[in-house]
Write a protein that binds this ligand. Structure first.
Ligand SMILES: Nc1ncnc2c1ncn2[C@@H]1O[C@H](COP(=O)(O)OP(=O)(O)O)[C@@H](O)[C@H]1O
Ligand SMILES: [Mg+2]
Length: 288
């Protein structure tokens, strides 16, 4: 998974990484959970197929919040609605609308669940996950453990409900299912996902790193690698020399401050689009 602040190069790094695995012969999926995804743009793919084929073993998909709502509805909607409608008089569309607006966390949880299912399906040898800017991504990671936290009192409330035995049993059954799902998703994040934090050598971005590390830590998750993007290498003008010098301090801070492996990617003098350009980034990320 690639995370970090907006515009630092998450999608570019994720795309180059997916290309790396695919070139090594692994069947690879690159999937974005950003609501304003740009993967198709970077790979110059017009096909709207889901997933779209980029090369022989590289596939691309993008998943929007609305798509997640539809998937959630399909997987859990009827089951939860059946229960709900035994004690509340509500029609189905209102119910799904309620769930989507009042409980937005459910969509975050479901997004993680969706990635876990793809990963566990065995369809791909590598899944590269490109995410939205840090705030939204942290919300995503927070959800599974938060859901679990919220479900604990729900269990108590429903088990003391003065209702018919059967209804009580099925409500408790659904809550149990959801607890297990949350635990599975959290275990997936802890055990199966490698987290790559992308940053640039600038004050604001570097200042946010500590907070991101701390937030990850609070869910028992760790950052496995840092990509420092847009590093100025060949400074051939006074302007670039000054920029490069400014970067030095932040480079040292990131590379010495976190005990995490770091990779520098240079600032290229062009837009990174298409396979040839992405291969240049790939070489910087993985060495020749
Ligand atoms: N090393 C780089 N050199 C030059 N341009 C870059 C570099 N990395 C990213 N870019 C450009 O910066 C913009 C934002 O990159 P992107 O990967 O979409 O960021 P994010 O996904 O973090 O929002 C894109 O136009 C991309 O081409
Ligand atoms: Mg992006």
């Amino acid at each position: 998974m690639f995370c970090g602040k907006g515009g630092v190069g998450k999608t570019t790094s994720a795309a180059a990484t997916a290309l790396h695995y695919a070139m090594n012969g692994d069947k690879t999926l690159i999937i974005s959970t950003d609501f304003t995804p740009s993967l198709r743009d970077i790979f110059e793919i017009d096909s709207l197929e889901k997933p779209a084929r980029v090369t022989d073993n590289l596939f691309l998909d993008e998943i929007s919040y609305d798509a997640v709502k539809v998937l959630w509805d399909r997987k859990f909607g009827p089951q939860v609605y059946d229960l709900f409608s035994t004690f509340v008089d509500i029609d189905y569309q209102d119910f799904v609308g309620y769930v989507a607006t009042m409980l937005p966390g459910i969509r975050d949880e479901f997004m993680v669940d969706y990635i876990r299912e793809i990963s566990e399906s065995g369809e791909y040898q590598r899944v590269v996950w490109d995410t939205a800017p840090a705030g939204q991504t942290l919300g995503l990671l927070r959800m599974p453990s938060m859901m679990n936290h919220h479900l604990k009192p729900a269990f108590k409330i429903y088990s003391s409900l003065k209702s018919t035995h059967n209804l009580k049993r099925s409500v408790l059954g659904v809550i149990k299912d959801w607890e297990q799902l949350s635990e599975k998703d959290m275990a997936f994040l802890r055990q199966e996902v490698q987290f790559n934090l992308v940053t640039i050598a600038e004050a604001l971005a570097v200042r946010q790193l500590r907070d991101i590390f701390d937030e990850f830590g609070s869910y028992g998750l760790g950052i496995n690698h840092i990509v420092i993007n847009q590093v100025i290498e060949d400074a051939d003008s006074p302007f670039l020399r000054r920029k490069a010098q400014l970067q030095q301090k932040y480079l040292a801070e990131v590379e010495n401050g976190y005990g995490t492996g770091c990779t520098r990617v240079p600032l290229f003098p062009y837009e990174i689009k298409g396979l040839e350009r992405l291969k240049e980034v790939e070489r910087k990320l993985f060495g020749s």
